[in-house]
Write a protein that binds this ligand. Structure first.
Ligand code: TUI
Length: 287
């Protein structure tokens, strides 16, 4: 959740009993360091940093998390194998996002402490398999803890992935509308109004599919892809689009990344209320 998951949201989630994550995204390395320090000032609880492996500067960010004493690292959009040894030497808990069983097994072999199994219901950059199908297959394939992600926004989701064998869960979309989340208000309104089929996938032809709420940008993507535009033209359209939505509130040309579960997200709450409500409901269901 680049731009979205900055120090305020991460610290609020950690203070509320979750494990908040700062998403480094494509931010300059100095900014990531600054975000880590600002989160430390807001919470004495552990929090993590997500490293987006398509970013040009991820070698630098991979070192910064070691220097800053970050306790947990998650990764997305690639294979973090080359950093694993360094992170383990620094005592970091490493949990890569994996969209497939094969990568989950490889990550276990290279020393991952857990894997985040993300189904294609999720928002942002996604794989091809659903949470429902992928989680039990990874649970059977590895011996490290499995964290389920994609399509989880209430206690029923927590209970469901628990039944599939997950040990923990990652939640993104519901926190987009949290009071502590800095996302522009117009983006939040789009999430609150979204219905079941509004979170669509763009960019399949580039090999980097991204799920976001339908708008002018997703229609422009669809036109380019239908006309067989090359990957460069498609990726150019996407460049900077997330920042445009999150910071400027441009809900037409910006990328409103959100998961399919946006249709279930209907109220603004504090991070604490979100976490308490989700787990109270899950505990009731799992009695
Ligand atoms: O990374 C994410 N979500 C993201 S990253 C992002 S920035 C971006 N923008 C445009 C195009 C591409 C990225 C926006 N949202 N979630 C975790 C995630 N990781 N989902 C899927 C994966 C993944 C995909 C392939 C992880 C590993 C992987 O491995 C391929 C390989 O090298 O084996």
């Amino acid at each position: 959740m680049a731009w979205v998951a900055e120090h305020n949201l991460a610290a609020a989630v950690s203070n509320a009993g979750g494990l908040g994550i700062i998403a480094a995204g494509t931010a300059p390395a100095d900014m990531v360091r600054d975000e880590i320090r600002k989160a430390k000032a807001l919470t004495d609880k552990p929090f993590g940093v997500n490293i987006m492996l398509l970013a040009d500067n991820c070698d630098e960010v991979a070192k910064i998390v070691c220097e800053e004493g970050v306790q947990v690292v998650t990764t997305g959009a690639g294979n973090p194998q080359k950093y694993m040894e360094m992170w383990k030497e620094h005592g970091i808990f490493v949990a890569p996002v994996v969209p497939a069983v094969s990568l989950a097994k490889r990550m276990e072999k290279y020393g991952a402490d857990a894997v985040i199994v993300e189904g294609c219901e999720a928002g942002g950059h996604i794989g091809e398999v659903t949470t429902m199908a992928l989680v039990p297959q990874v649970v059977d394939a590895v011996n490290i803890p499995v964290i389920a992600a994609g399509g989880i926004a209430d206690g029923r989701g927590i209970a469901a992935v628990s039944m599939l064998g997950a040990d923990a869960m990652q939640v993104g979309t519901r926190f987009l509308v949290a009071h502590e989340c800095v996302v522009h208000d117009d983006y939040k309104e789009k999430v609150l109004k979204a219905k079941d089929r509004d979170a669509v996938v763009s960019g399949r032809s580039t090999g980097h599919p991204v799920r976001s709420l339908k708008n002018k940008l997703t229609r422009d993507f669809a036109k380019l892809e239908k006309n067989g535009a090359d990957s460069e033209a498609i990726e150019k359209l996407g460049a900077g689009a997330l920042r445009l939505a999150v910071v400027e509130g441009d809900v037409n040309n910006g990328s409103l990344m959100a998961g399919q579960i946006a249709g279930l997200v209907s109220k603004r709450q504090s991070c604490e209320d979100i976490i308490v409500e989700m787990f109270t409901q899950a505990e009731e269901l799992m009695k």
